[in-house]
Design a protein around this ligand. Structure first.
Ligand SMILES: Nc1nc2c(ncn2[C@@H]2O[C@H](COP(=O)(O)OP(=O)(O)OP(=O)(O)O)[C@@H](O)[C@H]2O)c(=O)[nH]1
Ligand SMILES: [Mg+2]
Length: 624
């Protein structure tokens, strides 16, 4: 079997395409369905009449979720590069392509989507733009297929192109040791923990003993499923779900690996690295990086003999803060810590890169390192650390800047303070472990606020808050509407909770033809109080925090409704420059009772400005 992957800019029609090809909506989460945007990886199964089959991994296009795209990218062999015909190539079209150029993609098909929105001339123009953009990339020379998910045009042609490409893909090495990077972990009542991922090489049989890394725990593959069907053996290239008894879901997360016992997890390897030309200026002799291997994102350091000056392949050592399973030939990608610019990628050339080159610290540097350790998580500004280390302030500034460059110290802002990077990393790891436990126990919770985390972990809130902010910035934690969570976490409602909201909001969908009718907040709260569904209030908070539901005045709307009204409002304001309440009421398909709070909400959201009796646009928002 083989794995097909989607790639492309946000909203270019990747998920719609997967749905049109397979009948499966890859947007699994209610939050994704409500928002109409992919947040995390989605999976579907494509099967042809002659028995040829493949798994499809659908990725989010929004750059905020690039870490999720990266977790799914390593397994892709056939790439569907989706470009909307009415928009042409956009930033994430190019970024996804740059990433995939380092990984295992063997064939590409360019899909010009939404062909129903353009005429023949515009389609030809879009095709020309894409050809220019893919020149010099693995997608150069790839076949182009124009499709529309709305009319079905081109879908048969695309199916044929996929079928032909699948037959041409080389088989995955079946006799290599099994290597399964884990991209999902969940509990199935009555069965225990299930891990899923793309079996990158080798085969797995039921009952086989494997090792979960980096935990180092031996586990038995109790049962194997490929797209819902039980199998006794699975071969490389399959999307597999493995039941691993005796492991708690909180003990492992996306990025762990299920592998043959012969693999040993490593934290230092030799690599052949190809810098991205644009990133050359960012590479130092020792560059702190976030490395993507399999489905894992691991912080580490890329160390060169000397900083590369051109984009030709160069040997380097990759040191990882947490060990993982790697093997010669395995592909990886690295990004900068912050901002998360793509730096390049390459392949593992040899195991055991040896220790990091020794830090021949001068006495001043050693004294500052000790000073950093002594001030702990609260950190200190350069003058104070200099005083502790007995080093004059300007010299302390210089040394601290070097330590920051080398990834040994962190620079917090507002107010500026330096913190020992290892201490901060350790605190963040504790937070992550704690969050993983609560996330698996109450997955409908949106996450935890800083105060709760500080209390639960016994760390002063002021110190922890700044470290949390940093972790949110560099992607080790996700931060949304005041809540921290692990980046791979997406809140999920229980079936009962979901049914509750589906039922309440289905009524608004049914009447949407007559207008955009919300659900009164009081009515929702009263229904929640009497329904006796555990966690329902927290689930509601989660939907609000994630933006799937929006509270406007005394009412609650689905985000789709708000987006719909906003689009109409912006279009009307661009056209007519201003709008009265009555005109807004009509275009929003609502009544005065709802129109007033809606417009006030759009004022507060920065979309509109009130000017006498009319509204005007605050700015012409850039089109996504
Ligand atoms: N006219 C037209 N619209 C389409 C077509 N395919 C998708 N759309 C619309 O484009 C929007 C985005 O579609 P998605 O499939 O969610 O796009 P996506 O690439 O998966 O978006 P992300 O996962 O968030 O990056 C939706 O409103 C779709 O209805 C098409 O063939 N024609
Ligand atoms: Mg999508």
């Amino acid at each position: 079997m083989h794995v097909i992957g989607t790639a492309g800019h946000v909203d270019h029609g990747k998920s719609s395409l997967v749905r049109a090809l397979t009948g499966t909506n890859p947007d699994r989460w209610i939050e994704e369905q409500l928002r109409g945007m992919t947040l995390d990886l989605g999976f579907a199964h494509l099967r042809f009449e002659d028995g040829v089959e493949a798994g499809i991994v659908d990725v989010p296009g929004h750059e905020r979720f690039l870490h999720n795209m990266l977790a799914g990218a390593a397994g892709m062999e056939l790439l569907l590069l989706v470009v909307a015909a009415n928009e042409g190539p956009k930033p994430q079209t190019l970024e996804h392509l740059a990433i995939l150029a380092y990984l295992n993609v063997k064939r590409t098909i360019v899909v010009l989507s939404k062909s129903d929105t353009v005429d023949a001339e515009e389609l030809a123009f879009a095709e020309e733009l894409v050809r220019e953009a893919v020149a010099g990339t693995p997608a150069e020379g790839a076949p182009f297929v124009a499709v529309s998910c709305h009319t079905g045009a081109g879908l048969d042609e695309l199916r044929d192109a996929i079928h032909a490409a699948l037959l041409e893909l080389p088989a995955r090495a079946p006799d290599a040791p099994a290597y399964l990077p884990i991209d999902r972990v969940f509990a199935l009542p009555g069965h225990g923990t299930i891990v899923t991922g793309t079996l990158m090489q080798g085969r797995i049989s039921t009952g086989e003993h494997l090792v979960l890394q980096p935990l180092g725990r031996e586990v038995r593959a109790r049962s194997l499923h490929v797209f819902g069907r039980e199998r006794s053996v699975v071969e490389g290239g399959a999307r597999v779900a493995v039941n691993v008894p005796g492991v708690e879901t909180g003990e492992i997360a996306r990025g762990a690996v299920l592998a043959s016992p012969q693999f040993v997890a490593r934290d230092s390897v030799e690599v052949t690295f190809r810098p991205l030309p644009l990133a050359l200026g960012l590479l130092k002799r020792r560059t702190p990086v976030r490395a993507y291997l399999g489905a894992a994102e691991i912080l580490g350091t890329l160390a060169f003999e000397r900083a590369p000056l051109d984009a030709s392949p160069v040997s380097a050592r990759l040191h990882l803060r947490t060990p993982t399973v790697v093997f010669p030939g395995a592909a990886f990608v690295v990004r900068r810590l912050s901002p998360k610019t793509l730096l390049g990628g390459g392949t593992i050339s040899a195991l055991d890169g040896g220790p990091l080159p020794a830090n021949d610290d001068s006495p001043d540097v050693a004294a500052l390192v000790a000073a950093l350790a002594s001030v702990g998580l609260a950190g200190g500004e350069a003058g104070r650390l200099g005083a502790v280390a007995n080093v004059r302030a300007e010299r302390a500034e210089e040394i601290l800047a070097d330590l920051v460059d080398e990834g040994r110290a962190l620079r917090l802002t507002k107010p500026v303070a330096f913190v020992d990077a290892a201490l901060a990393a350790e605190a963040i790891e504790r937070v992550r472990a704690h969050l993983q436990t609560t996330e698996s126990a109450t997955p409908w919770q949106p996450g935890a606020v800083a105060r709760t985390l500080a209390r639960d972990l016994g760390i002063p809130e002021a110190a922890l808050a700044r470290v949390l902010a940093l972790a949110a910035e560099d992607g080790r934690l996700a931060y949304r509407a005041g809540y921290y969570a692990t980046p791979e976490f997406q809140p999920t409602l229980t079936a009962d909770q979901r049914a509750f909201f589906d039922a309440r909001f289905a009524a608004t969908a049914a009447t949407a033809a007559q207008g955009n009718v919300p659900v009164p907040h009081d009515e929702l709260v009263a229904a929640m109080r009497t329904c006796a569904i555990p966690g329902i209030h927290v689930a509601f908070e989660t939907l609000l925090a994630g933006g799937a539901l929006v509270k406007v005045g005394d009412d609650v709307y689905r985000s789709e409704q708000i987006n719909d009204i906003r689009a109409k409002l912006e279009a009307a304001l661009r056209r007519d420059k201003q709008l009265t309440m009555a005109a807004f009421r009509d275009l929003a398909g609502t009544s005065r009772k709802f129109a007033v709070p809606l417009l006030e909400w759009f004022d507060a959201a920065g979309v509109t400005i009130r000017s006498g009796d009319v509204r005007v646009l605050r700015i012409v928002p850039p089109r996504r």
